[in-house]
Every structure is written in structure tokens, then in C-alpha cells.
Design a protein around this ligand. Sequence first.
Ligand code: ADP
Ligand code: MG
Length: 236
Amino acid sequence: PAPEPTPLTTHHLQAHYNGFTALDDVTVTVPPGRVTAVIGPNGAGKSTLFHCLAGTHHPTHGQVHLGPHDITHLPAHTRTRLGIARTFQQLAVFPSLTVAENVRVGAEQGRTRDPSAVERSLRLLGLDGPVRALPAADLPTGTLRRVELARALAGNPRVLLLDEPAAGLDTAEVTALTRVLKALAADGMALLVVEHDLDLVADVADTVHVMAAGRIIASGPPDRVLDTAGPQEPPA
Ligand code: ADP
Ligand code: MG
């Protein structure tokens, strides 16, 4: 069944690290049934925004809402229970657990403990063959990224946050990832992708936000934002 339509939104977010302003007045919506991308140069604040949404960094000002609920001050594990799933830029699988066991961990942390979600996630990511029984330690990066994604999906999330999901993937793997992300959005999930790979962004995103120096400097559909403003340039 399609998840309930639930936008994740920020309102005038500010975030600081010891007085340094990493986010300044960031208002974005991550709507259901859409892929929203955030791009921009290193240090722009993309990961800080991601952490404020996931609950792993607390903003100094502004709010984060899930649907009508103010979740600004909720801890990360509570957000996971509410249906906000994430992957990690640095892969974070348990090396001694098998692929299927890693995915089961996600089911235990998520919104619902639906055992069929584990099998569905393994199938969606092509991990339902013999690889499911292998320890994660021995697997290549592309497979581990799929394990991470399957684990995030096993909790039946409404919102999926992805930090650099294409990092370390080859072309065929990026194509497969693109198909999965589009299928999830078509199913009603709200997706946020922080990504360097602009070909992936152009292919998968409905809306792109360009960040620089802690602010959003351009927003719109990829054909407009990527062609006119350029990913690293402020708008004219
Ligand atoms: P991006 O993901 O776009 O590369 P980040 O959100 O990681 O950007 O960083 C935004 C700014 O905040 C950068 O200038 C970075 O150096 C700074 N920053 C990030 N994390 C920390 C931290 N833990 N302590 C101090 N400064 C940080
Ligand atoms: Mg980053």
C-alpha cells in the first residue's frame, strides 16, 4: 500500500557550528510522490540540512515539520519511528551481519514492523538471491549501497533521505538506482537526495534546490535550474 502523503518541510532554518553559520534561512518542502534534490559545492550546507531533517543536528532557529507535526526537537530515532528513513554518506552496515540481517535491523527501527517489508525491500534492490545470506563485510560498495537502501526501506518509511546515494557506483548501478528512486516516488514516498552526480539529478529529480554558503540560491525543475543557473553559480 502507498504510504500516507506526508510532506517534510523546513521553515527558515538556521544552523551553526560554534558560531559559524552553516544554514541561513532555509525553507524547503519535500513533498510526497516527488524526488527533491539538493546540489551545490562542498561546504554549501547540504549535509547540515540533511542532518537537521534526520535529527542528527539541531537547528538554532526555524522549524522542521512532518505533515502538521513540529518535529524540530525530536531525536533521530523518534523521527525514524515516524517514518523518516535515511542512508549514510559513509556506509554504515554491520559487517558481521548478513545482507538479510542488516535489512531486518531496518525493519525493527522503522515505522512499522511488517515482516513482508523485509522481503519486499530485498527484492526491490535485487538482494533476494544467494547474496542475502552473505556477510556484509565481503561485499563491494555498489552492493553495500543497495543494502543500506533496502535497510532504510524495510521500516516502511514515508520519507526517504539520501546523502550521496550514487557515490562509488558505476554507470549500470546508477541506472538501477534511478529506476528504484522513481518507483518509490511513483508509489507516493517523499524523497530528498543530496547528490554530486548531476546526470542522476537531471534524470530523477522533480525539483532541484541549489545551495551555496548556507542558503538556497536557486530552485526549480532540473531542466531550468541545471541549464540556466548552473549548479555552482549564483543566479544572475
Ligand atoms: P556540504 O554537505 O554542502 O559539503 P556541510 O553541511 O557539510 O556542507 O558543511 C557546511 C559548512 O559547515 C562547511 O563550511 C563546513 O566546514 C561546516 N561544518 C560542517 N560540519 C561541521 C562541524 N561538525 N563542525 C564545524 N563546522 C562544520
Ligand atoms: Mg556533505
